[in-house]
Design a protein around this ligand. Structure first.
Ligand code: NAD
Ligand code: MG
Length: 394
């Protein structure tokens, strides 16, 4: 029996994880559930899973949640609040695995805490890895933690790696990774119309049902940019070894090209419970609740190169990883601020890459040697991005 801590239980990945947990009550127990603000859903999840701890980051919501537990059948659940409590619960002795599914930089410190504590880390929170690459991987190797990627592409690549492969190893027989991308909702929209795209259009992804931030990232293809950086870190590859491939059907979730000419692909219906169940059962497999793939329904699969003029965010991600050091942290922070501004209708869709590029121009590259440097850079890039947004709107 494994105890799991789900950071970001109320999000899209969190909900899918609890669905898989419920299918395997003899193998998994949810020890901790965390949420930022959504205490209504958290309460429902607690009635079903009865964890030992919950963290509600927002203090007022945490107080309201404690109130709600009084005289309920789940009154014994311990309720914590504040960001530091996330690090505390991610390192509890009764926790074997940590699902890192908080969105954005907010997930960095608890994910890193789990890595330092030697937990099995199921990593969905790609932004944490993009920000802290070397430091994160070093924490994993020093503590003997096990890092299993949840991002469907990285999970696919991991599954296509040689037997005994562990995250961070360089598989020398693998010469290239083919990182697939759906191309998002605007793959074929005339480029001059992108300026008028609304948040509602941007979050309506054709193949995947996800949180708002990653849905916008998919529409700009910054998601693929972050994933390219994530793949360089997880699989110890150079950016030139990662080829982005537009595959609109989202049936192949990525491929590994070997020196002998073999290309291994992982396929399946686009449902995050596949990579989640794979990582939870690893090195075994168990049921995820996902329908078997009907290959006759798929019938055809298309592949094409990404157009960097249509998707400047992808070009900026390549620039950031080539520059190295703190630049991926700057890219990520500027993107988070720009996406938030777009979702709140303060900027246009096409302003997103403009803000990121201008923000990156304000920084000179220094090595991302310490966590303090990374956090300081993240904070500065957020301030600068907000100034750029204010200038755009002036
Ligand atoms: P979501 O917006 O649906 O959920 C985010 C979760 O994080 C929620 O539980 C929320 O309460 C919590 N959260 C938000 N801000 C927080 C903060 N400041 N402090 C603490 N908790 C906070 O997001 P999602 O789609 O589930 O994505 C989660 C992560 O997984 C992201 O990093 C995303 O890139 C990655 N991911 C998601 C998918 C997917 O299919 N949804 C696929 C691959 C990777
Ligand atoms: Mg992905």
């Amino acid at each position: 029996m494994k105890g799991i801590c789900i950071l970001g239980a109320t999000g899209s990945i969190g909900v899918s994880t609890l669905d898989v947990v419920a299918r395997h009550p003899h193998l998994y127990k949810a020890i901790v559930l965390t949420a930022n603000k959504n205490i209504e859903l958290l309460y429902e999840q607690c009635l079903v899973h009865h964890p030992e701890y919950v963290v509600v980051v927002d203090e007022a919501k945490a107080a309201a949640f404690s109130e709600q537990l009084i005289n309920s059948p789940i009154a014994d659940i311990k309720v914590l609040s504040g960001t530091q409590s996330l690090e505390f619960v991610a390192t509890l002795d009764s926790v074997d695995s940590v699902m890192a599914a908080i969105v954005g930089a907010a997930g960095l410190l608890p994910s890193l805490a789990a890595a330092k504590a030697g937990k099995i880390i199921l990593l969905a929170n790609k932004e944490a890895l993009v920000m802290s690459g070397d430091i994160f991987m070093q924490a994993v190797s020093e503590s003997g933690a096990q890092l299993l990627p949840i991002d469907s592409e990285h999970n696919a690549i991991f599954q296509c790696m040689p037997a005994g492969y562990k995250s961070g190893m360089h598989a020398k027989q693998a010469r290239r990774i083919l990182l697939t991308a759906s191309g998002g909702p605007f793959r074929e929209m005339p480029i001059e119309q992108l300026v008028n795209v609304t948040p509602a259009q941007a979050v309506a992804h054709p193949n995947w049902d996800m949180g708002k931030k990653i849905s916008v990232d998919s529409a700009t293809m910054m998601n693929k940019g972050l994933e390219m950086i994530e793949a360089c870190i997880l699989f110890a590859m150079t950016p030139d070894q990662i080829q982005v491939v537009i595959h609109p059907q989202s049936i192949i979730h990525s491929m590994v090209d070997y020196v002998d000419g073999t290309v291994l692909a992982q396929m399946g219906n686009p449902d995050m419970r596949v990579p989640i169940a794979y990582s939870m059962a690893w090195p075994d497999r168990f049921e995820s609740g996902v329908e078997p793939l009907n290959i006759f329904d798929v019938a055809r699969m298309d592949f094409s190169e990404a157009n960097l003029e249509r998707f400047p965010c992808l070009r900026l991600a390549y620039e950031a990883i080539h520059k190295g050091g703190i630049m991926p942290t700057v890219l990520n922070a500027a993107n988070e601020i720009a996406v938030d501004a777009f979702l709140n209708e303060h900027i246009r869709f096409t302003d997103i890459p403009v803000i990121i590029e201008r923000c990156m121009e304000k920084f000179t590259v220094i090595p991302a040697r310490t966590l303090a440097i990374i956090l300081e850079t993240d904070a500065q890039a957020r301030v600068i991005s907000k100034q750029i947004i204010a200038d755009i709107n002036r």
